[in-house]
Design a protein around this ligand. Structure first.
Ligand code: GDP
Length: 185
């Protein structure tokens, strides 16, 4: 059968239970019939093919199917992921605080060059908002700073025992911090 896409990207939704990951997945995916449940690892994914720069890009978006409750998200889920959406609920302070724990989980299990973005969900519930837009925005900076520190320490490690020259972050690596361009609602 002919391939109906040019690229296949695996994306993940991560965040506390109840923040709205499954709803986001349903809203974005093509229909409700293409869900594939991988029973061996207890995970769902959905598909949507979009067009980007004239290329057909098939987005395969994975949902944790409730496993996040037990904090058992492991390497099987992260394997081959190219992008991760970290979701919190703007009406739930705890879900926002936990973003840093999810980032730690990602650092442990996902590829180091995976693209990441933070998404504050349930923006329609303005009267119940607990996490201000400002604090959401700061999360982007904190995440950027953490990645920058990681990069710096990696570069330092590479130079270990080395030349005594100043540490330089290469242009290629710096490009990873591009999620700063994301906007927050
Ligand atoms: P998950 O556990 O992260 O997959 O969360 P669900 O997708 O199951 O959603 C949890 C609850 O939040 C459900 O009752 C949804 O109806 C509700 N919910 C999800 N997204 C939104 C949203 O954008 N706005 C509002 N008001 N409720 C939402």
């Amino acid at each position: 059968m002919a391939k109906t896409y040019d690229y296949l990207f695996k994306l993940l939704l991560i965040g506390d239970s109840g923040v709205g990951k499954t709803c986001l997945l349903f809203r974005f995916s093509e229909d409700s019939f293409n869900t594939t449940f991988i029973s061996t690892i207890g995970i769902d994914f959905k598909i949507r093919t979009i067009e980007l720069d004239g290329k057909r890009v098939k987005l395969q978006i994975w949902d944790t199917a409730g496993q996040e409750r037990f904090r058992t998200i492991t390497t099987a889920y992260y394997r081959g992921a190219m992008g991760i959406m970290l979701v919190y609920d703007i009406c739930n302070e705890k879900s926002f605080e936990n973003i840093k724990n999810w980032i730690r989980n990602i650092e442990e299990h996902a590829s180091s060059d995976v693209e990441k973005m933070i998404l504050g969900n349930k923006c329609d519930m303005t009267d119940r908002r607990q996490v201000s837009k400002d604090r959401g925005e700061k999360a982007f900076y904190t995440m950027g700073r953490d990645i920058l520190h990681n990069l710096s320490s990696k570069t330092t490690d590479n130079n270990a025992g080395g030349t005594g020259k100043p540490v330089k972050i290469t242009e290629k690596k710096s490009k990873r911090i591009k999620f700063f361009k994301c906007s927050l609602l």
